[in-house]
Design a protein around this ligand. Sequence first.
Ligand code: 3SL
Length: 245
Amino acid sequence: MKVSVFHTPELTPATVVADCAIAVDVLRATSTIATALGSGAEAVQAFSDLNKLMAVSETWAPDKRIRAGERGGSQVEGFDFGNSPLDCTPERVGGRRLFISTTNGTRALQCIEAAPIVLAAALINRDAIVQHLLQHKPETVWIVGSGWEGSFSLEDTVCAGAIVHGLQQELGCSLDDLAGNDETIAAVSLFRQWEGDLLGLFHHASHGKRLLRLGITEDLKYCSQLDILDVLPIQHELGVLIKQA
Ligand code: 3SL
């Protein structure tokens, strides 16, 4: 298995695909997706375009859908949710489809949607991702960070590092055996430096600071937790993720 990390969708190769591609948007889209599925959402359908989300979700009965829309960290007017994982309680999302569009996370998912296996990872479900990779052993794995409007983000990179670190520990191999590019080595180094204080790292991250300015502190705490959710969000049809049983 060779794992390559790409910091943003823009840096991800467009002409080839990996056997397994993993989108990461720790703050907050993939944390929200994993939480919604863990709370019993029927599925999560991701859109980069808000109008398209509206049109497709309109074909669903109102009591079977939740519309989540975020731009710039804030909830889009007219949507049921913004992008807070803490909104995704079993009472609110259970048995419903979550239609979601966010600034960067849903674009990352879209950029890898052609891969044979597409997963959504965050720190909260890191071990579920590691266990899936150990079980299926895809030859090539890409971990694609969402970043922020084309720029590198600390929180997605540390999550990529956490996944590779977890794999390396389970396989007992060297990092060189696993790493498909230099970014992978850098991501693991970042994780090893900060694994004891992931919330502290979020306070240095530009998007962490953006959310804190908006008063979104509880989400940061929640998203900084490692391995608290045994949920594997996997693409079932184009743009639609379900929880793998
Ligand atoms: O960029 C994204 O996709 C988001 O997850 C941003 S936010 O955390 O909802 O502000």
